[in-house]
Write a protein that binds this ligand. Structure first.
Ligand code: ADP
Ligand code: MG
Length: 398
């Protein structure tokens, strides 16, 4: 996939009608509508302001949750709209329908330098089906399509990819930044490239492991997925997470790394408990000799040393997947140490992607010392797998 996409900087937007796909799918209280985390709305401001400052009229679209075609108040974009109004300091009219008479009327009234929001597109089943007529009708509202919802880039929906069949399509600033960091890290990384992989299941990450094995100089495997690799090399893992169907895959990956000259590091010591609990007193054991009645919860101090030594000389680090059950403070030490190691690198490009990985890093307080924290979640993972993302592929090449 070509990552060198045209952006709003590359085209003349002044006086144009812009259909802007944002990701306003923010966590919020289902009853009161109160927004718990407005990061995504705040992150979309540079693109919106840039367009408004140049006299464009901006029609924003987004989804909120998964209503699957049913109009439910808790899936309305009203609270996101209210928040956006406060941030922008100007009115943001919102439609009461999707592509109905109210949408038509509000679009017709929109003037240069003004912005409006269309109600949750997923209230219409056509959105997720990428229905061509629905996409065409959306496209008919504007002159240019701007995609800035990176977290939805892996979905071929009417508002993410479908509309690009009918309008010139370019990237907004959020998407531009994601492409610059993730694309460069995969295509022309500053070496050595160290990939850190963790999280719960091997099966979730097969594509990511395969893809990064071809690109990285060092691969570090920790977290829940590491136990399957330990079994593959003859270790005993007690009751730790095991992805039985992927032992053979792990064995192949270990062999492949050796063949390609990629350094593959696995944990040496593991903090184990008898129960899956944040209060259980952990015992430190060798990672290949976990007692039968114990499960791995986090990496141990020798492993932290091994991993941080490998990170120290990196030119680029890509990290996906926590090193332990970080949701329990007692088992967040491994992930914290990795975040600290990334934060301490001088002149390296450091990238964190994946929903849980990002929240793990945000908990550590080192987030502002990481070069790029992807807003992508599943989209970032598919990007790292080297898959074509429909929301990106449909944008004009530079
Ligand atoms: P991401 O969302 O960043 O892609 P994943 O969803 O793959 O990450 O993995 C995150 C989950 O992995 C977390 O909920 C964490 O508790 C779990 N995890 C990490 N290490 C272990 C472990 N040793 N045992 C069980 N679960 C683990
Ligand atoms: Mg996850």
């Amino acid at each position: 996939m070509n990552y060198d996409k045209k952006t709003i900087r590359d085209i003349d937007v002044s006086g144009k009608r812009i259909l802007l796909r944002c990701d306003f799918n923010v966590p919020h209280d289902k009853k009161t509508g109160e927004i718990h985390d407005a990061t995504r709305i705040v992150a979309s401001l540079p693109t919106i302001r840039y367009l408004l400052d140049r006299g464009a009229s901006v029609i924003i679209t987004s989804h909120m949750g998964r209503p699957h075609g049913v109009w439910k108040p808790e899936n309305s974009l009203y609270s996101a709209r209210d928040h956006l109004e406060k941030l922008l300091g100007i009115p943001v009219p919102m439609t009461t329908d999707v592509l109905g008479p109210d949408t038509k009327a509000k679009c017709a009234a929109l003037r240069p330098g003004q912005v409006m929001l269309i109600e949750n597109l997923r209230f219409c089943l056509e959105e997720e089906k990428n229905d061509p007529n629905f996409a065409k009708e959306l496209a008919s509202l504007a002159d240019i399509f701007v995609f800035d919802a990176f977290g939805c880039a892996h979905r071929a929906h009417a508002s993410t990819a479908g509309v690009a069949d009918y309008l010139p399509a370019v990237a907004g600033f959020l998407v531009e930044k994601e492409l610059a960091f993730l694309g460069k890290a995969l295509d022309e990384p500053k070496r050595p490239l160290v990939a850190i992989l963790g999280g719960a299941k091997v099966s979730d990450k097969i594509g990511v492991i395969k893809s990064l094995l071809q690109k990285a100089d060092t691969i570090i495997i920790g977290g829940g997925m590491s136990y399957t690799f330990q079994v593959a090399r003859g270790g005993k893992i007690g009751t730790s997470l095991l992805d039985e169907g992927n032992i053979e895959f792990a064995r192949n990956m270990i062999a492949k790394a050796e063949e390609l000259g990629v350094k593959l590091l696995l944990p040496m010591d593991t903090q184990v408990t008898k129960e899956f609990s944040g209060d259980a007193e952990p015992t430190l054991v060798p990672s290949t000799a976990i007692p039968d009645d114990c499960m791995g919860m986090d990496i141990g101090p020798k492993t932290i040393q091994l991993f941080t030594d490998a990170i120290r000389g990196a030119g680029t680090v890509i990290w996906n997947g926590p090193m332990g059950v970080f949701e329990f403070p007692a088992f967040s030490k491994g992930s914290n140490a990795i975040a600290q190691a990334l934060a301490g690198l001088d002149g390296a490009v450091t990238i964190v992607g994946g929903g849980d990985s990002v929240s793990a890093v945000e908990k550590t307080g080192y987030a502002d010392k990481i070069s790029h924290i992807s807003t992508g979640g599943g989209a970032a993972l598919e990007f790292l797998e080297g898959l074509v993302l429909p929301g990106i592929a449909c944008l004009a090449d530079r």
